[in-house]
Write a protein that binds this ligand. Structure first.
Ligand code: ADP
Ligand code: ZN
Ligand code: ZN
Length: 761
């Protein structure tokens, strides 16, 4: 066994079989090390001749008594344990590496930085089919025959679909068989052209494609659609980017200020230079437009990598990215580790979004990982946002990254009018005050759409006995059950436990159970009764289950008919809703009193993102914000001075309190059925930390303390926080402490994790 962090040479005596070769294999098991396996005799000559060719291939092997698939990370002749105990691999699955050395290097860095087992990191970087040991599928594609290539441009104008196909092939040289739908080309057209001997099919691979590209000929027709003439700020942004060295660019611009157009034009430049572009978006299902705009603009193959894409398509897209066949990759967090043949630009849209951080298993930030990756590749990375994270803003202010701002709205839209509504002493119906209702009526009367934002699913967040004060609580968690009406039940949003609605109070037997507080369902029911003639749609995770439900809803909304939408966060992301004139934020107070030091930052981002939905096209928008604390200084600052000023104020406070981004945070978490076990483990962590570095202003410890929700899913949860003045100090400490923990029996008996750069406490 070989430790991946330490490069101590083996002290074991060389065995007699010094001609043996070993694969160091990263195996998907929760152990922070690599494992040596013997190279089977039949492979030894090839391995000895070209050991590097084996790095990045999959090996099938036995681990204990399990059959697993690992990835070879090096070939060597010094076994790290007694060679008699080293087993041979069962078989090699790939004729050539499936991962590039650059992708492996990125994964190794991530494993080190986030203190995760390399086997698990590599595993998460490859598509599920390949993880399961399936062979890489062969894709089919179409190209011109010599006859077809000689055909004049307009020779097929009587059959428009054949003509379209012909022109597509002239512009692109080839067409993948699984991309027909994307380009609107019917199979019948292909068959007809094939029958005429004008086109032929072939197996798509990198070498064939390269032979199709003839460098002396005209460049490929890259653009499907003309770029928009840029306004001066956009032009400055586009000109600011240097392509041949690493830099991070924070592109800060309000919703509608034209960031996406900037992304498109930068992408065009990079594609023209023959390189690839990786675009990361928060959740594709929630932001189909970004993808749509890239598809409309570019003629090239775009790989989509996110959880809404079928496994087969994900595998082929991933391979196409690696082989340079796909020129653009658009995906979610999971796309950040995709191997790319020649990556030239990284774009991270909505860089502040929480979904870029994986919160379980391999806990990593896709944004930070891509910044590292770009630095190694010496290419630029663009972080776009209307509401940058304080981390990114701080880097920009301190000159660690370039800061480019778009301050005007692009196109014809105008910024919305924002008004605070004081709820104190007002009569509320389903969470809305009378003024909000009047605004809704006016909007509908004018034939426009309105959105009511309530960040709580269900009918009511609690069910309470009016007689004795009992309330329905989850049996597994420290949390109240949410009342749902569609279908009727009570539901724990933390562990997913569900129960029928009790008819009487189990404590006092009275039938006086009443819903407490507002959820989306309640507002929906009430508003539908107030507006019986127009659609009232609730858009949350409950109402949009199923892959396309949400997209269909979006299409209906984009149709523009007057309607009222009730939504949670799902609608806050970058949707283009052209006829949306009014946005009501039902409760701005939730974030004001959060116990997390990031609470205010999150609240401000959410308010600005939701407000940004209003008045996107020619409609002037209005945003109404309901609050019981309209004089709260944070709210006032945000609404009068805007997000940027607000964020700078928050940064000053963070600096005073020495909180991130002015310090670096890691959190050990442990959970167990008996509270003592988790506490005992974290006490061990605490002792190990203090032993290595005494607590000081440079290195602060807190805990073990109960997690915010101490009991979840019938387990007790505790945490131990480490706050260091520099990344380097934090890294050194974690490496040493975790090495020690891994040796300790307690670490195998406890469910625990380490979260480096934790976002949530
Ligand atoms: P963001 O990504 O910042 O929300 P978009 O790029 O989506 O902004 O631009 C908002 C709207 O303005 C879109 O409808 C877009 O087509 C339009 N737009 C962007 N740039 C320009 C421009 N230079 N000229 C005209 N319209 C533009
Ligand atoms: Zn009761
Ligand atoms: Zn629960």
């Amino acid at each position: 066994m070989r430790d991946m962090n330490l490069t101590t040479p083996s002290l074991l005596p060389q065995s007699s079989s010094s001609a043996n070769w070993y694969f160091a294999v990263a195996i998907p098991v929760p152990m922070r090390q690599l494992f040596d396996y013997l190279v089977p005799a039949s492979l030894v000559p090839t391995v000895a001749a070209a050991p590097l060719d084996f790095i990045g291939r999959r090996a099938q092997l036995k681990f204990g008594n399990r059959e697993l698939i690992g990835i070879i990370t090096s070939c060597h002749q010094q076994p790290s344990i007694n060679p008699d105990k080293i087993r041979a691999i069962d078989s090699l699955l790939d004729p050539k590496p499936i991962l590039t050395s650059e992708a492996i290097a990125t994964c190794s860095w991530a494993a080190n930085y986030y203190q995760a087992p390399l086997g698990e990191v590599l595993q998460s970087s490859i598509p599920q089919q390949l993880r399961q040991g399936k062979l890489a599928p062969q894709r089919k594609a179409w190209r011109h025959t010599t006859e077809g290539l000689g055909l004049p441009n307009d020779a097929l104008k009587r059959s428009p679909k054949q003509q379209l196909t012909h022109q597509h092939l002239l512009a692109n040289r080839w067409l993948a068989d699984d991309e027909l739908d994307t380009h609107d080309i019917p199979r019948s057209a292909l068959k007809a052209l094939q029958a005429k001997g004008l086109i032929e099919d072939f197996n798509l691979d990198k070498d064939k494609i390269n032979s199709l590209h003839k460098p002396n000929e005209e460049p490929i027709q890259l653009l499907k659609q003309a770029p928009l003439p840029l306004n001066s700020e956009q032009q400055i942004a586009v000109d600011a980017i240097r392509y041949h060295k690493y830099a991070t660019y924070l592109l800060e611009g309000a919703t509608g200020s034209g960031k996406t157009e900037v992304y498109l034009q930068l992408t065009a430049r990079v594609l023209q230079a023959g390189r690839q572009v990786l675009v990361l978006v928060p959740e594709i299902g929630l932001t189909p437009q970004t993808l749509g705009r890239f598809q409309q603009r570019f003629n090239c193959e775009i790989a989509e990598l996110h959880s809404n894409v079928s496994e087969a398509k994900r595998t082929s897209g991933w391979q196409a990215a690696r082989d340079g066949i796909a020129r653009i990759v658009i995906g979610t967090r999971l796309a950040s580790l995709t191997p790319m043949q020649d990556l030239g630009l990284v774009i991270i849209d909505e860089e502040h979004d929480l979904s870029f951080k994986q919160q379980d298993g391999f806990r990593y930030s896709a944004r930070d990982l891509l910044i590292y990756r770009a630095s190694q590749l010496e290419i630029p990375v663009i972080l776009g946002s209307a509401t940058p994270s304080l981390e990114s803003l701080n880097n920009a202010i301190r000159g660690r990254s370039e800061h480019v701002r778009l301050t005007k709205r692009a196109g014809k839209s105008v910024p919305p009018r924002v008004k605070l509504l004081d709820l104190k002493g007002k009569q509320l119906n389903a969470g809305l005050c009378p003024e909000a209702l009047v605004a809704l009526q006016q909007t509908i009367a004018q034939g426009q759409q309105a959105l009511v934002f309530i960040n709580r699913r269900g009918y009511a967040p609690a069910l309470l006995c009016h007689h004795c004060g009992w309330s329905a609580e989850c049996r597994n968690c420290d949390s109240k059950m949410t009342l749902h009406r569609h279908p009727p039940h009570i539901h724990c949003h933390h562990c997913d436990a569900q129960r029928p609605i009790p008819r009487e109070c189990p404590e006092c037997r009275m039938r006086e159970l009443e819903p407490q507080g507002q959820g989306t369902e309640q507002t929906e029911i009430w508003l539908q009764s107030q507006f019986p003639d127009i659609p009232v749609h609730r858009i949350d995770r409950d109402s949009t289950r199923g892959k396309s439900a949400f997209e269909h809803r979006l299409e209906e909304i984009q149709g523009g008919d007057p309607m009222i939408l009730i939504g949670t966060q799902m609608l806050a992301k970058g949707h283009h809703l052209p006829n949306l004139a009014l946005v009501i934020i039902a409760d701005a107070d939730q974030g004001l009193f959060s116990s997390d030091f990031r609470g205010l930052e999150r609240m401000a981002q959410l308010i600005i993102q939701v407000a940004g939905r209003a008045g996107r096209a020619e409609t002037k928008g209005t945003v109404l914000i309901q609050s019981h604390n309209p004089e709260h200084p944070a709210l006032e600052l945000l609404l009068t001075r805007g997000y940027h000023r607000f964020a700078r104020e928050l940064l000053n406070e963070r600096q005073t309190c020495n909180q991130p981004p002015f310090s670096y945070l890691a959190v050990f978490r442990a959970e167990s059925k008996r509270a003592e076990n988790a506490q005992e483990f974290l006490s061990l962590v605490a002792r190990a930390c203090a032993k290595h570095t005494k607590p000081s202003p440079q290195m602060q410890y807190l805990g073990p303390v109960p997690a915010r929700m101490e009991r979840l899913n019938d387990r007790f949860r505790y945490q131990f926080e480490v706050r260091a003045q520099t990344r380097a100090k934090l890294q050194t400490l974690l490496r040493k402490v975790i090495f020690e923990l891994d040796q300790h029996a307690l670490s195998r008996r406890t469910r625990w994790s380490i979260d480096v750069d934790a976002l949530e406490l």
